[in-house]
Design a protein around this ligand. Structure first.
Ligand code: MF3
Ligand code: CO
Ligand code: CO
Length: 271
C-alpha cells in the first residue's frame, strides 16, 4: 500500500466532504456552553449530518482490537486526550472540550476535523494551551508543499509546542484520508526535518496534534476501550484540519464560515 494521489475530481469530492465536516462544528458551536452535556453535542452533530445528507464515520467504527465506536463524534474534555465518548455529564464553566467530527458524503469521501471550545471563563493555563495548540497545528500546516517531508511537519509542531513547555502525544497521529477514514501516511506530530515521506501534489492528510500541558504519557481510561487520558491528569488540547498538497503549497480543506481565523504568522507569510 502507498499514499494515494487524488485526481482533480477526487479533490472536488474531498472539498465537499471537508467543508461539510467543518460546518458540523459551526452548527454545534453556539450550543456549547455551561450545562450542555456531551451527549447533547453528539445529538446536534447527528442532526446536522442528517440535514446535510452525510453520515458519521465514527458510529460503529471498529479498528482491529477496538469495540465499535458508539457515537457520531468524539468529545474530549480537559485531561481527555482523544476519542472521548459523549456522556450525560454537563460541561461546566472552566472546562475545555475538543469536538472531533468526521463525515462521509454520498460519494464516499471523508472529511475529518476538530476544534477546541472553552466553556465560559477558563483559566489562563487552559486558554494558553488551547491557543498555542491551534498555533502548533498551523506551524505544521505551513510546512506543506511539494518536496517537503513529513518530518518537517512533525518537527515544526514539536519545536513550537516544546518551546512553550508543552509536550506532544506520540501514540496518535494524523493520517491520510480519502475514500477511507485512515489511509497512509501516518503524520507524526514530532520528528526531524528532511525525514520520512516526500510530499507530492494530490496527497491529502490530516494534521491533528494532541498537546499536553504536563507530561506526554497517556493511558486508557476505564474500560470503554476508547477514551485516552493524560497519565498525569494534566490538560490536553487538540485541533485538526484535513490538508491537500497543491502544486505550490497547501490547501486547508476543512474550512467554513465558522472556522477560527488563521494565526497572524500564517497570514503574514501567505502570498
Ligand atoms: N476523528 C478521529 C481522527 O481524527 C478518529 C476518531 S475514531 C473514533 O482520526 F472512533 F474514536 F471516533
Ligand atoms: Co478527527
Ligand atoms: Co483524523
Amino acid at each position: 500500500m502507498s499514499i494515494t494521489i487524488k485526481s482533480a475530481e477526487d479533490i472536488e469530492g474531498m472539498r465537499l466532504a471537508c467543508r461539510l465536516a467543518s460546518e458540523v462544528l459551526d452548527y454545534i458551536a453556539p450550543h456549547i456552553k455551561p450545562g450542555i452535556t456531551t451527549k447533547e453535542i453528539d445529538r446536534l452533530g447527528a442532526e446536522c449530518m442528517a440535514q446535510q445528507g452525510t453520515i458519521s464515520a465514527t458510529v460503529g467504527y471498529q479498528p482491529p482490537g477496538y469495540p465499535p465506536y458508539p457515537a457520531s463524534l468524539c468529545t474530549s474534555v480537559n485531561h481527555v486526550v482523544c476519542h472521548g465518548i459523549p456522556n450525560d455529564k454537563p460541561l461546566k464553566k472552566g472546562d475545555i472540550v475538543n469536538v472531533d467530527v468526521t463525515v462521509i458524503t454520498k460519494d464516499g469521501w471523508y472529511g475529518d476535523n476538530s476544534r477546541m471550545y472553552l466553556i465560559g471563563e477558563c483559566s489562563i493555563a487552559a486558554k494558553r494551551l488551547t491557543a498555542l495548540t491551534f498555533e502548533a497545528m498551523w506551524h505544521g500546516i505551513v510546512q506543506v508543499k511539494p518536496g517537503a517531508h513529513l518530518g518537517d511537519i512533525g518537527h515544526a509542531i514539536q519545536k513550537f509546542a516544546e518551546g512553550h513547555g508543552f509536550s506532544i502525544v506520540r501514540e496518535f497521529c494524523g493520517h491520510g484520508i480519502g475514500q477511507k477514514f485512515h489511509e497512509e501516511p501516518q503524520v507524526l506530530h514530532y520528528g526531524r526535518p528532511g525525514t520520512l515521506e516526500k510530499l507530492e501534489p494530490g496527497m491529502v492528510f490530516t494534521i491533528e496534534p494532541m498537546i499536553n500541558a504536563g507530561r506526554r504519557e497517556v493511558k486508557e481510561f476505564g474500560n470503554d476501550g476508547w477514551t485516552i487520558v493524560t497519565k498525569d491528569h494534566s490538560l490536553s488540547a487538540q485541533w485538526e484540519h484535513t490538508v491537500l498538497v497543491t502544486e505550490t503549497g497547501y490547501e486547508v480543506m476543512t474550512l467554513s464560515a465558522g472556522s477560527p481565523p488563521m494565526p497572524p504568522f500564517v497570514t503574514a507569510t501567505r502570498t
